[in-house]
Design a protein. Structure first.
Length: 396
């Protein structure tokens, strides 16, 4: 799918920028890099349309103008290297990639981006200067990469509404998680002031009781009678010099000085352990989720809003789109009975890479029924899909 190549190149550039920010001696200008990414996406969609390489090259030239906006040498180097990769990939028509190949590459780059974020987080916790823009480009890389994977998985061109829906579905959970995290951080930060405000009346009450009891005991009579002294303290004990602390060895003194100069960062250690525990829990969850998907069987075919579905008698289709999706499910069952291995992650394009004309026609109708406007599907198309399925069964 040619449209997916645009967001794939943009995701690669985001990954390059986060690595460049991490290791560059001078931090580049983030606003220039973000403008360059936006220009690459805009002119990338224009670059995939011409058939001639020279026209594609001219379509990739406008993002290079952002070199004029770079005031720092590091920014100019990052923009120049990014534009060179951008123009070579589109001019040579090498921006496309198979879905399963990019899936592996995305997982490797996502792991590297997560590790870079952990490095920057650890540096900031220990008050070491680190580029915070790594978090920004990591988020952009994940967003663009996930959108690319979804576009490759669909294997067909979608309208603007579906693209916006797909992007919002990826952005909104991350934004909500960020807002909740910021709110909790703000709440914990203000917790001390809140507790101080709540317990101030009790503190004043304790202080008032203390002053009251002190005044009461002062008003009582004090026994001033002279008591007979029986024990006589020798003058040596009275005039004895005060004993100082025990002498400390030089090694112990050096250890004490080092400990005073390097206190144990308990808060930072606790946060680091929290990050490690969260990473372990996430890895265990992903491993378990992967195992459950692999053992789910062949009951999961192209499901979007639900993951697991029990076998049951399908109800009558409510409209033409559901009828075509029901026919496509029957087609998958036919392939399964013929010995075709269909995995949970298999796409319709992977299931029917070079099928017959009936299979290709049925796949096209299914993609329209699932990702397009189902209300525009006619009963004639439903009949055509059913005839394709019957001919496939006869050949089977």
């Amino acid at each position: 799918m040619r449209e997916a190549s645009v967001t794939r190149i943009a995701a690669d550039l985001s990954f390059f920028f986060l690595i460049f920010n991490l290791f560059s001696p001078a931090v580049p200008e983030a606003r220039v890099l973000l403008a360059f990414l936006a220009a690459c996406v805009l002119f990338g969609f224009l670059s995939i349309r011409p058939g001639k390489a020279l026209l594609r090259f001219f379509a990739t030239l406008p993002p290079l103008l952002l070199l004029l906006a770079a005031s720092a040498p590091a920014t100019a180097v990052a923009v120049g290297a990014g534009w060179l990769y951008f123009t070579v990939m589109f001019t040579a028509d090498r921006a496309g990639m198979q879905p399963w190949v990019y899936r592996k590459a995305f997982l490797i780059m996502a792991a590297a981006a997560a590790f870079a974020c952990l490095l920057v987080s650890a540096a900031l916790l220990f008050r070491v200067t680190a580029p915070g823009t790594v978090f920004l480009f990591s988020a952009l890389f994940c967003l663009l990469g996930l959108h690319t994977l979804r576009a490759m998985r669909m294997g067909t061109t979608t309208d603007v509404g579906w693209k916006l829906y797909s992007i919002l579905e990826l952005i909104l959970p991350a934004v909500l998680a960020g807002l909740i995290g910021a709110g909790l951080f703000r709440l914990f930060r203000l917790a001390g002031a809140v507790f101080e405000f709540l317990f101030t009346p009790f503190a004043y009450l304790i202080r008032w009781l203390n002053e009251l009891l002190t005044s009461v005991f002062r008003s009582l009579s004090i026994n001033t009678t002279i008591q007979e002294i029986n024990d006589i303290v020798p003058p040596e004990a009275v005039n004895a010099p005060a004993q100082g602390p025990a002498p400390v060895s030089e090694e112990a003194a050096q250890v004490s000085i080092w400990l005073n100069a390097h206190p144990v960062p308990w808060k930072s250690l606790a946060l680091a352990l929290l990050f490690v525990a969260a990473a372990v829990v996430l890895i265990l969850y992903l491993v378990r989720s992967r195992r459950v998907q692999n053992n789910a069987g062949n009951d999961l075919f192209e499901q979007r809003f639900q993951v697991f579905r029990k076998r049951r008698i399908r109800p009558a289709a409510r409209d033409n789109a559901e009828s075509i999706r029901s026919i496509y499910q029957d087609y998958l069952n036919v392939l399964q009975r013929r010995g075709r291995e269909i995995r949970v992650s298999s796409t319709s394009k992977e299931i029917t890479p070079e099928g017959s004309a009936d299979e290709q026609r049925l796949r096209q109708l299914y993609l329209i029924a699932r990702y397009g406007d189902g209300s525009k599907i006619t009963s004639e198309e439903v009949t055509a899909a059913r005839d394709c399925l019957e001919r496939i069964r006869e050949r089977a």
